[in-house]
Design a protein around this ligand. Sequence first.
Ligand code: FES
Ligand code: FES
Length: 151
Amino acid sequence: MPISTTVNGNKVTLDVDPETPLLWAIRDELKLTGTKFGCGAALCGACTVHLDGEAVRSCQIEVRDVEGRDIVTIEGAHDGIAQAVQAAWIKLDVVQCGYCQPGQIMSAIGLLTQIPKPTDDDIDKAMDGNVCRCATYQRIRAAIHEAAKSI
Ligand code: FES
Ligand code: FES
């Protein structure tokens, strides 16, 4: 049976196997390819989106579990906190290859939504599951502090 949900403010119907990982519905059905596949096993964070305002790994959530819920992907991250994060990322030139960055940014927005002025420890805990093969971790931490200044 098709699943109805909201993605980036738009009502959508997903007519896929209900056990399909949300990641693949987002990428293949909705063509929102900013959300990345890294591991498919909750180990890298590349697939991070927001589900009802919380940062989650979309590779681990089945489409049948998002009926009636609210999903935001990197393409729909436009609120004040998202803008502050994106501005800080640009200012501090965080990105290297870029592959992990949509997931990093969605986790950072999730953190700052919960804790507007995070400590280094808060950042380490919240960002722990987001792997960056280019090792941009120090710039990510600095950019989260930078974004927090304008929130
Ligand atoms: S692809 Fe989901 S955590 Fe790696
Ligand atoms: S910027 Fe290359 S993997 Fe993170």
